[in-house]
Design a protein around this ligand. Structure first.
Ligand SMILES: *Cc1c(COP(=O)(O)O)cnc(C)c1O
Length: 358
């Protein structure tokens, strides 16, 4: 039996996707070889790549004015690729700082650009998203960067304000969880291993007019213009993760697309947050309006019970709910592939644990 997997990443994949990958593992569509074993330039893989891109474009309503790139290096590589491609060395870039992934994006950008922190919730321990009225944006900034969903702190942007400079969003843990108005964004990027597929792949959606101005020393594999020109195949792309992500995109479309994903995650998150809020034993540190629907951190009234809580969860096959080492407590990640049944099992367990030990 498959466990209830609340891993923050690499995270649960839809069972139907794993089944299909298994069925196609040794002999992809009668070709007598695995997707892992075929050339990225073969007709079979080109079809896989094109279908994946077409499905992602359909899911997020991405038009012709944006490139979609499938790249190595995960989200962290984009922490560097974004400034290398979108600004010159002395340019000012604005960052909104809402948690630990933002900290890392900022640290990387500081090596490459003149970073201005336009707003931060660090003083409140990253428990909220600063409202746009508090943002101090720089006139003429090359771009404004946000972390749409802070996977560790559980803080999520539920609205995207209009910014003068192109808006750049790290959506590693919430891309495909809701519809997006791509017209609002200059660039969106995500590591695949949270909500899109296996580790080893990053997706970049970038407005075409922002591409082609990478600084001259940018390594060519990181240059969006070069990757776009080569259909993300300037070098060998991560073919197997790309294929699995394609199966996830097809699955998401079959489920009803991003609106259906959004409704499902809203239901799951409502169940879990209600259980937390209705109890005196569990606590969510995040301001209600800014709570993440994807990653739900919570603490127990008595941290000395954390070990017993985790052990009891494992006994019920509820896995990977230990909070990040930087914040402690618990965290349940509710990505698209996590079923409502899994959330029901977690909520039931939380009730039983509180009744027994709380
Ligand atoms: C996991 C994560 C990252 C880092 O992703 P890698 O693919 O490991 O580089 C960056 N940003 C956010 C929001 C994440 O959740």
């Amino acid at each position: 039996m498959r466990a209830f997997n609340f891993s923050p990443g690499p995270a649960a994949l839809p069972e139907a996707v794993l089944e299909q990958a298994r069925a196609e593992m040794l002999d992809y569509q009668g070709r007598g070889l695995s997707v892992m074993e075929m050339s990225h330039r073969s007709a079979e893989f080109m079809a896989i790549a094109e279908t994946a891109e077409a499905d992602l474009r359909a899911l997020l309503d991405i038009g012709d004015d944006h490139h979609v790139l499938f790249l190595h290096g995960g989200a962290s590589m984009q922490f560097a690729a974004v400034p290398m491609n979108l600004c010159a060395a002395g340019d000012v870039v604005d960052y909104i700082h809402t948690g630990s992934w933002g900290t890392k994006a900022i640290a990387e950008a500081r090596r490459l650009a003149n970073v201005h922190i336009a707003a931060s919730s660090e003083a409140e321990n990253f428990t909220r998203v600063p409202s746009p009225t508090e943002w101090r944006l720089t006139a003429g900034a090359a771009y404004c960067h946000i972390t749409a969903n802070e996977t560790i702190g559980g803080v999520q942007f539920h609205d995207f304000p209009a910014t003068g400079a192109p808006l750049v969003a790290d959506m590693s843990s919430d891309l495909l969880s809701r519809p997006l108005d791509m017209g609002r964004f200059g660039l969106v990027y995500a590591g695949a291993q949270k909500n899109l597929g296996p580790a080893g792949l990053g997706v970049v959606v970038v407005r075409k007019d922002l591409v082609g101005r990478a600084r001259t020393q940018t390594p060519r594999v990181l240059d969006y213009a070069i990757q776009a020109e080569h259909g993300s195949m300037f070098n060998t792309p991560p073919t197997f993760p790309w294929y699995i992500a394609g199966l996830v995109f097809r699955w998401a479309r079959e489920q009803g697309g991003v609106l259906a994903m959004q409704r499902a995650v809203e239901r799951k998150a409502a169940k879990l947050y209600t259980a937390i809020d209705e109890s005196d034993f569990y606590h969510s540190p995040v301001r209600i309006a800014d709570r993440s629907l994807m990653n739900v951190p919570f603490t127990l009234a008595e941290p000395r019970l954390d070990g017993a809580f985790l052990a009891g969860a494992e006994a019920r096959r509820i896995l990977n709910i230990r909070g990040h080492r930087s914040v402690g407590g618990m965290r349940a990640s509710l990505y698209n592939a996590v079923s409502e049944k899994a959330v029901d099992a977690l909520v039931a367990y939380m009730g039983d644990f509180e009744a027994e030990r709380g």
